[in-house]
Design a protein around this ligand. Structure first.
Ligand SMILES: Nc1ncnc2c1ncn2[C@@H]1O[C@H](COP(=O)(O)OP(=O)(O)O)[C@@H](O)[C@H]1O
Ligand code: SF4
Ligand SMILES: [Mg+2]
Length: 319
């Protein structure tokens, strides 16, 4: 068994169209260990989904460079047939919008069955039925509900179906892209708890993508903070919210935006300003225009991700 479940080396993704180039993911290095949950956190547009799609090799209009290795297998070099065997069996993804991920005119049990049969054609009908029953148990859906069409299910149920499809073939890595974002808080909590239980039981690794840092700290072992296509901080989840830990100024902004239950009056402070236009990145640190701690050198020198006291941080304050 390879030492890490997933390794990204210098992963760079550039969307290319006739009129412009967007460097949506830039020089990302990340390892995910076996059984580890890594939270990938950043504002909308920071490149989280692009990273996920690149790892799954689902991008068609983009240039992808660097190395993506899953269980020791270099997946950027796989031919289409090898990729078909590999995708879903070894690494899978639960997509951001369950409504778009599911076929509206097909009962959900058939969508699970089709995934199983497409990726493991040797399975008998009885084996497929058995596996669907196991999956329904894992994601806590009454098997009878699987006769429904997607629109007949609640948002939380649909997301459970999407997760069932993602884990159907026992992958070693599952990427979950904002799986709980569209759900209300109670449903969100129950789904998170379900994901944790399934992961403990089956042991796969997870990249859990979210724009919500407080949610991710509850679930993840480590957190990767993304800004303007780069990972700007890698930190253990256990210390992320401790007040005496030093963080990247962007992470500090995200932490300050988390309301604390102990506060009598909850003041939610967002980070002023907007993320940069990824088609026209400024020189220097991309966070500089919004950074309360910027220095002269931040305007023209982009900081690299380096080992910090805890984890890794890309900021000149930590050089
Ligand atoms: N198909 C595409 N073609 C061109 N640019 C894209 C495409 N998809 C996303 N982008 C751009 O890439 C950047 C990162 O987007 P995305 O990966 O969706 O971020 P996130 O998932 O963090 O919200 C954004 O600037 C977005 O506009
Ligand atoms: S490098 Fe400079 S501008 Fe960027 S986050 Fe650090 S202090 Fe702020
Ligand atoms: Mg996204």
């Amino acid at each position: 068994m390879a030492s890490n479940a997933l390794e990204l080396d210098d992963l760079t993704v550039t969307y290319i169209s006739r009129t412009r180039r967007v460097a949506a993911v830039r020089n990302v290095n990340l390892t995910v260990k076996h059984h580890e949950i890594v939270g990938l956190v950043g504002e909308s547009g920071s490149g989280k989904s692009t990273l996920a799609f690149a790892v799954m090799r689902l991008l068609t209009n983009a240039q992808v460079t660097g190395r993506v290795s899953v269980g020791g297998q270099d997946i950027l070099s796989l031919d289409p047939e090898a990729l078909r065997r590999f995708r879903w069996n070894t690494i899978s993804m639960a997509f951001q919008s369950a409504m778009n991920a599911l076929n509206p005119v097909m009962p959900v049990w058939r969508q699970i069955a089709d995934t199983l049969k497409y990726h493991q054609p040797h399975l008998s009908d009885a084996e497929v039925r058995q596996r669907i029953k196991e999956l329904a148990d894992l994601v806590r859906i009454d098997p009878a509900r699987l006769q429904s069409y997607p629109h007949e299910l609640s948002g939380g149920m649909r997301q459970r179906v999407v997760i069932a499809i993602a884990i159907a073939l026992h992958p070693s890595v599952v990427i979950m892209d904002e799986p709980t974002t569209a759900l209300d808080v109670v449903v969100q909590r129950s789904l998170l708890e379900n994901i944790t239980a399934i992961q403990e039981q089956t042991g796969f690794s997870i990249i859990f993508i979210s724009h919500d840092l407080s949610l991710v700290t509850e679930l993840a072992d480590r957190i990767a903070i993304m800004y303007a296509g780069r990972i700007v901080e890698l930190t253990p989840a256990a210390t992320a919210v401790q007040p005496d830990t030093r963080h990247h100024p962007y992470t500090q902004g995200l932490l300050a935006a988390i309301p604390r239950l102990s506060d009598e009056t909850v003041v939610i402070r967002g980070i002023p300003g907007n993320p940069p236009d990824m088609a026209h990145l400024p020189s220097g640190c991309p966070f500089a225009p919004r950074c309360p701690q910027r220095m002269d050198r931040c305007q023209d020198e982009e900081p690299a991700l380096r080992a910090a006291e805890i984890g890794q941080i890309a900021c000149h304050l930590f050089d």
